[in-house]
Design a protein around this ligand. Sequence first.
Ligand SMILES: NC(=O)c1ccc[n+]([C@@H]2O[C@H](COP(=O)([O-])OP(=O)(O)OC[C@H]3O[C@@H](n4cnc5c(N)ncnc54)[C@H](OP(=O)(O)O)[C@@H]3O)[C@@H](O)[C@H]2O)c1
Length: 278
Amino acid sequence: MTSPSPRTTVVAGGTAGLGLGIARARLAAGDQVTVLGRDPVRGRRFLDDATANGAEGRAAFVAADLGTLRGTRDAVLAVADRHDVVDALAMTAYAPPLSRRITADGLESGVAVYGFARKMLADGLADRLDASEHPVILSLSGVGVVHGTIDWDDPTLEHRWSTVRSTTQAGRVAELVGVAHADRRPHVAYILAHPGFTRTAFSGTPRALLPLVQLLGLIAGRSVDQSLSPLLPLIEVPPAEALSAYDRGRVIDTARFADLDEAHRVDAWLDEVALRTP
Ligand SMILES: NC(=O)c1ccc[n+]([C@@H]2O[C@H](COP(=O)([O-])OP(=O)(O)OC[C@H]3O[C@@H](n4cnc5c(N)ncnc54)[C@H](OP(=O)(O)O)[C@@H]3O)[C@@H](O)[C@H]2O)c1
């Protein structure tokens, strides 16, 4: 198969870890690449690195906090301003919360970044993705491995919050956002992927715990390059299916997690949150 011509890739959470790995790989492939993230120092480093590798002019950083609808809307506007076409949207932004926090939109902060922002980015950039011949969305999570559930009676987890509970619920929301998107917009290839335990920036990890987590990463984790090697070809040549899922490169049967009724319930819930947020 011949390699397609350079494309435009947007990486939400592209300033560190797996997102940065995707951004660098797509720059090396000749794409226009825009990364979103909160930290201007990480953003500057990405741009300097791009310049050092001869990709100046093809790399952009948009400072964005995807933890709120306002921040995500601003990011969508900035990306749409820069690109008429978005061929690939990679969504890797996440940092496990250390305490329970409710966002300005009334969501538990884990769900806000992991689920709500992913839906709002995909929906907000729908016309840019539709302008691509082969649009693809890649959303990284624990799909197929981490079995999260949504507490519909207490979605902000007021009564039983923990970092793990927040992350597993938010990851489940992210999965179902993908399922609903594939059902509504099947002409876009939506890929859910679990990268496996990977040595990344481990954003959100408390400073005191970081050396331990990094040590665990060295002992049991994979490198960013290893984890991305089965995923990068899927960005280059997207699958024909509206929804596909991978665990460390192995195909997962989407029937294992794709509950369409619950996916549309998530979609309607997040649409309602967006509607009531000016
Ligand atoms: N690493 C693993 O072992 C592993 C395993 C399973 C699944 N995953 C999934 O893979 C994805 C990437 O993880 P990673 O380990 O590569 O993470 P990472 O190295 O910690 O990087 C996280 C990225 O998300 C951005 N980010 C976090 N919160 C944000 C916010 N509110 N607004 C905008 N950007 C935000 C960070 O940038 P700023 O700091 O600049 O905002 C950074 O670019 C995540 O969805 C994670 O759940 C990872």
